[in-house]
Design a binder for this molecule. Structure first.
Ligand SMILES: Nc1nc2c(c(=O)[nH]1)N[C@H]1C(S)=C(S)[C@@H](COP(=O)(O)OP(=O)(O)OC[C@H]3O[C@@H](n4cnc5c(N)ncnc54)[C@H](O)[C@@H]3O)O[C@H]1N2
Ligand code: MOO
Length: 405
């Protein structure tokens, strides 16, 4: 039986980035760019003013206390003007092109203007307050390297170079299959012996949260035909995630049916709790995750196993969540022999993470998962971790260390 880390490595090494598509720039947000992008021109494209003020020739004002005749006005977006007469200045706005021969801009605060002339109160240094052509980026320079995740700064850079359409790795289309005769769909009335198919929705939400595209297949009933029919559909997607029907129950058909469809199982059962019965297989390069049915186990195994793989398929390089250290506020007990994924609530005090156990750790208890914002990973051989000890934690939410405002 693989350890949690080995199981995760097997999964990550079984998948590769999907193909590339070209999308409009804003749709590239959060996606991974698939090719290096080079600058088609210099940026800035022309010498321009960094200040509202006056464009001058420093040779006209080598001494302080210089007065120049104001001979023109260039707003941002104004045309590039020819050289100016010696002894003159041109009023200029931020971003406007610098006239030929001018080699400095004097901010308006450092001037006094009267009777068509401008008096410069301070000494002027050559090149001051000019943004020169190519100062930021030179033509041919790589502006974004392949493998970069697109955030607002990358959008800004790509937009600045006219890149309206960009090549990004495809979003994974992920089929979600729930299994079990006890399941009913959301909206159907509750009844004894029936359980609402919440896993389809929590998985779809988690898939969407990482920028992939969920395809909810519905419920496979506890017979071979129903499983095969839904699985055949699911194998058309880029990845298939099933929930339940994967432990030792006499109606746990998932693994047999996947095998019948040619999915090669790479492991079944992992040395961890929850998530012990997880299975993983591959068909024609497509990963198939068989997650346990308890909603908590489904979510934890998605987070730890499916998410890194799906991110890799979408071109991400950093797919393994790092551990952060947190100090336990209370004693935690566990059975030896398995790594335990403990639902905890993290609080940040003076820059340190503190972890409280979020409640009953039975995998059937969902509210403990709702309260948790992190998972503490307790080592296999420990039977207890004492209050005050540091543990490794996987944060589950991006706002864990945000402060209330
Ligand atoms: N004899 C053994 N029994 C069990 C073992 C074992 O090793 N030997 N493992 C236990 C563990 S750990 C888990 S986890 C569960 C997982 O079993 P399955 O993945 O086969 O899931 P089911 O038994 O079908 O369902 C478990 C539980 O989850 C509920 N469920 C299922 N699907 C959904 C869904 N789509 N939405 C919401 N809830 C769902 C289901 O009704 C059950 O209550 O097995 C233990 N047993
Ligand atoms: O592995 Mo089960 O997933 O402990 O509840």
């Amino acid at each position: 039986m693989p350890s949690f880390e080995d199981a995760r490595s097997i999964i990550i090494n079984s998948v590769a980035p999907l193909g590339v598509e070209r999308v409009d720039l804003l749709s590239a947000l959060g996606r991974v760019i698939a090719e290096d992008v080079t600058a088609p021109w210099d940026m800035p494209f022309y010498d321009n003013s960094a200040m509202d003020g006056f464009a001058v020739r420093t040779s006209d004002c080598l001494e302080g206390n210089c007065t120049l005749k104001v001979t023109g006005y260039i707003p941002a977006g104004g045309a590039v003007t020819p050289a100016i007469e010696p002894g003159s200045a041109v009023r200029i706005m931020t971003g406007a092109p610098i006239p030929a021969d001018c080699d400095a801009v004097v901010p308006v605060e450092e001037t006094e203007e009267r009777d068509g002339a401008v008096f410069l109160k301070e000494k002027v240094t050559p090149r001051q307050h000019i943004r020169f052509r190519g100062m930021d980026v030179c033509r041919g320079e790589t502006i974004i390297t392949a493998g970069t995740v697109i955030h607002p700064p990358e959008i800004s850079m790509l937009a600045s170079f006219g890149k309206a359409v960009v090549p990004v790795f495809r979003r994974a289309r992920v089929a979600v299959l729930s299994t079990g005769d006890e399941l009913i769909e959301l909206g159907e009335p509750p009844a004894d012996g029936r359980i609402i198919n919440s896993n389809a929705l929590s998985l779809a939400a988690a898939i969407r949260e990482i920028g992939a595209e969920p395809i909810i297949l519905g419920i496979a009933r506890d017979n071979r035909e129903s499983h095969l029919e839904k699985m055949i559909e699911g194998l058309k997607a880029d990845a298939l995630i099933t929930s339940a029907g994967v432990s030792a129950g006499d109606r746990d058909l998932v693994r047999d049916c996947l095998a019948e469809l040619g999915v090669g199982q790479l492991f079944w059962k992992v040395d961890m709790k929850p998530g012990g019965p997880t299975a993983f297989g591959v068909k024609d390069g497509k990963p198939v995750f068989s997650l346990p049915g308890n909603p908590v186990s489904t979510m934890v195994t998605f987070e730890e196993f499916a998410k890194p793989a799906l991110l890799r398929m979408m071109g991400h390089k950093r797919v393994i969540k790092p551990y952060v250290k947190a100090t336990l506020r209370e004693d935690a007990r566990k059975k030896p022999g398995k790594v335990h994924f403990l639902r905890v609530r993290i609080e940040v005090e003076n820059g340190r993470y503190w972890a409280s156990i979020s409640g009953d750790q039975n995998t059937g208890i969902l509210k403990t998962m709702v309260r948790a914002n992190a998972i503490a990973v307790l080592p296999k051989d420990r039977t207890a971790v004492a209050a005050g000890e540091e543990v490794d934690v996987h944060l589950l939410r991006g706002d864990v260390d945000m402060l209330e405002g």
